[in-house]
Design a protein around this ligand. Sequence first.
Ligand code: ATP
Length: 261
Amino acid sequence: MAISMEQRETTKTIISSKELNVYYDQFQALKNISINMKKNRVTALIGPSGCGKSTFLRTLNRMNDLVPRFRVEGSLNYNNQEIYSPKIDVVELRKQVGMVFQRPNPFPMSIYENVAYGLRIHGMKKKGMIDEIVEKSLRQAALWDEVKDRLHTSAMGLSGGQQQRLVIARVLAIQPDVILMDEPASALDPISTSKIEQLILELKEQYTIIIVTHSMQQAARVSDETAFFLNGEIVEFNQTHSIFTNPERKETEDYISGRFG
Ligand SMILES: Nc1ncnc2c1ncn2[C@@H]1O[C@H](COP(=O)(O)OP(=O)(O)OP(=O)(O)O)[C@@H](O)[C@H]1O
């Protein structure tokens, strides 16, 4: 079947690792990780606790740089740049590869200022432009209608689910390319969880999303491809549908059917 230019563009690899090994001092947390993650796709990272999912996610925007005796070997590439090259500007990298954590972490300031913060840090001064981006980001994060009349009240007064969407708006405001999400809905109720999942499906039109989740159902609902981690290795990486309906490896089958983890 012929592949159109558009399809070819959307299946481009954006982040790839080759024989990546990661250590915390003597302990090897990731072993020989080779994976290609595609642009405008949602990639889910699943696996039992302690298997290295968060470590892998955090290497992608160098969140572990300040961890003492953290060490990386092998290749980790984003958009044809080596993420661990000394030439990389880490602030710029984190602008392009943004992150949403498990617990919503709004800043203790107004809703508006939370979203405007990153813009100001990156030197934007024009109020009209900031207003516009704040609104656009809150709309994209499906929060605008709920907060448009209280933009200048404290973000701490929002519910947990709203706070998480606010954090997503804050990330979107600085126009990243990739959004890393570390169990973004695990602290939320089912309705807020479903809003976040809906949002992920909408955002992948414009962004690449890599999400760590403990919920098999969530991985199955939101992701296009899934990597199953076990003891620091990727045991299986495939289309999400294949992983959940026809896994190739017994360990994957045992995990997704709830036999361990
Ligand atoms: N800062 C650190 N210093 C030392 N060891 C660490 C550090 N962070 C993680 N580890 C270890 O690395 C291994 C992988 O941890 P990681 O948090 O990546 O796993 P995970 O799959 O994300 O787990 P969970 O699902 O419980 O969040 C674990 O054995 C953990 O104890």
